[in-house]
Design a protein around this ligand. Structure first.
Ligand code: IPE
Ligand code: IPE
Ligand code: MG
Length: 246
């Protein structure tokens, strides 16, 4: 009953009720094409959207915002576009880490980012270490991320522990798998948004999305903003999440 809820809990919990929102940021290329611009112009505009939406996530009191920035399949793109994307990522961390840190954000990476260029890995590790003690929202960037690859790495880790005699096969349940995934210490995924009108998950958070609400919008990622995130959260608030129950 509401009267039994502590007043401070009532005032601090956001009305939308979502803790963890993840976004498949799609449509940068089409945004650029519509303007007769090169694809990199769309990716640059996409970085601006990342800045806007990260600020909005803080204001909306999300605990975690996960952004799909580069998939394990995006290596199939021309080398020049891959290099552009890595360059933008490097520039984003360099230019924005101070603001993120000042706002108490914890930067996290999911995905097999350690195979990226050593100087980039070093920069990412430095940024994560610097913000690790912050208490504000988590911004998790999915880099060289593929859900199947994440699950393969988790399965191998568990198998190695079993072979070493640290765990028995029977110890491997939902919880053990949760803990072996890249998202181990992130809150459960509530809402998964994809922009650009595509209706697929493209190998993103397949395990974590088991009971997430899905939200698709035709808006291209560079046009996405605080208002659009608010609309997605309004839609989320209206959903009846039953988790298999009644
Ligand atoms: C999303 O935009 C950014 C990444 C996948 C890195 P796209 O580059 O996929 O844009 P479209 O889908 O070609 O419009
Ligand atoms: C998904 O977008 C990956 C990211 C947003 C990083 P893609 O544009 O790569 O997905 P597909 O190829 O349309 O499935
Ligand atoms: Mg795309």
């Amino acid at each position: 009953m509401a009267s039994q809820v502590k007043p401070d809990l009532l005032s601090s919990a956001p009305a939308h009720g979502a803790r963890h929102v993840a976004i498949i940021m799609d449509g940068n290329g089409r945004w650029a094409k519509k303007r007769f611009l090169p694809r990199i112009a769309g990716h640059r505009a996409g970085v601006e959207a990342v800045r806007r939406v990260s600020r909005a996530a803080r204001e909306l009191k999300l605990e975690c915002l996960t952004l799909y920035a580069f998939s394990s399949e995006n290596w199939k793109r021309p080398a020049s576009e891959v290099a552009d994307l890595m360059g933008l990522l490097r520039h984003f961390i360099q230019s924005d880490i101070d603001e993120l840190h000042a706002n108490g954000v914890r930067l996290r990476i999911i995905g097999n980012y350690r195979v990226l260029e050593p100087s980039l890995v070093e920069m990412i590790d430095g940024a994560m270490a610097r913000t690790a003690g912050n208490t504000g929202p988590v911004i998790a960037i999915a880099l060289n991320y593929g859900a199947q690859d994440e699950m393969v790495r988790a399965a191998r880790r568990l198998a190695q522990r079993a072979v070493a005699g640290e765990i028995a096969a029977e110890d491997i349940g939902v919880e053990a798998i949760d803990e072996a995934l890249d998202t181990a210490d992130l809150p459960p995924l509530d809402l998964l948004i994809r922009t650009s009108g595509e209706h697929r998950l493209s190998n993103f958070m397949l395990w974590q999305a088991a009971y997430a609400e899905l939200y698709f919008t035709d808006m291209l990622w560079p046009d996405f903003d605080a208002h659009a995130l608010g609309q997605a959260l309004d839609a989320f608030r209206m959903r009846d999440r039953r988790f298999g129950g009644l």
